[in-house]
Design a protein around this ligand. Structure first.
Ligand code: MLT
Length: 270
């Protein structure tokens, strides 16, 4: 990673509420925004920053509290969408972008589409879902937020390791396992709590899927228990013209588990 790191520009912008937004960027061409999942940071896009920068201006902002971005606790997903718009205006010259979000990044991508759809050339939704949490889901988020603050990040998020990587990835790709663990351990308890509270309050986009009028790509992994293939295929079929792909041998972090497949799909956007 050392040589790749030196090729990625690390940019800090002061956002709409005085918050620092840290952005990794590389390449030139049409702009592709990549929004990371919880509780990760721009490093989950290492393969996309490396390879897709031959075709795109790849821009990977870090969501509030993660990576180098400051927290500003009490945020909503709508405010994260506003941050993304702020970054677009500063780094994409106000031009329309291709937007790709994974899981929590996908929830933000839905919000962005809702408010700023005319700024989008395409939307790619990886390992995510349009529905809001039910009551049990909200309670689980409150429990994770409380646990992170009481006993630290790792004790709260460690159970996720089983879910986010497929058995194949865990057995054969120790570098991926280590990177994911490093990102998770590095997330601050307050960032965990703020993200959980924001996700618990997110709206249900399911009724709006039929009104999406742009190229949409939906991808999940065959072993993803958070965005299972059957449910993902079902909601994606409600979006006119959406393309659905399920990647074998992958779970929730398809850009790390099946980077060539994800890059191949994203290359076709431009
Ligand atoms: C993520 O990967 O971003 C999370 O699994 C999202 C969630 O907790 O719903």
């Amino acid at each position: 990673m050392g040589s790749l790191d030196s090729l990625i520009s690390s940019i800090s912008l002061i956002g709409p509420r005085g918050n620092t937004i840290s952005v990794a960027a590389r390449g030139s061409g049409p702009t592709l925004f990549l929004l990371h999942g919880f509780p990760l940071d721009h490093r989950m896009w290492r393969h996309q920053l490396e390879s897709l920068s031959q075709y795109y201006h790849v821009v990977a902002p870090e969501l509030r509290g993660f990576g180098g971005s400051t927290l500003d606790a009490g945020y909503t997903l709508r405010e994260l969408a506003d941050d993304i718009e702020f970054v677009r205006q500063h780094l994409a010259g106000g031009q329309p972008i291709h937007l790709c979000g994974l899981s929590m990044g996908g929830y933000v991508a839905f919000e962005y589409w809702h408010v700023y759809r005319t700024n989008l050339q395409s939307l790619t939704l990886l390992n995510t879902k349009p529905a809001a949490d039910d009551d049990a889901g909200k309670r689980a988020r409150t429990a994770m937020a409380d646990k992170a603050q009481a006993t630290g990040t790792w004790s709260a998020v460690e159970p996720m390791m089983e879910k986010v990587l497929s058995p194949n990835t865990r057995e054969r790709q120790s570098d991926v396992f280590q990177l994911v663990e490093t990102m998770m351990r590095g997330a601050r308890p307050e960032a965990i709590a703020a993200a959980q509270h924001a996700m618990a309050e997110r709206r249900d986009f399911t009724p709006l899927l039929g009104s999406m009028r742009l190229p949409v790509l939906v991808v999940t992994g065959s072993h993803d228990p958070i965005a299972p293939p059957a449910a993902t295929q079902e909601w994606s079929s409600l979006i006119p013209g959406a393309i659905y792909e399920c990647l074998e041998e992958a779970a929730h972090l398809t850009p790390l588990e099946r980077p060539e497949a994800i890059n191949g799909l994203l290359m076709k956007l431009g």
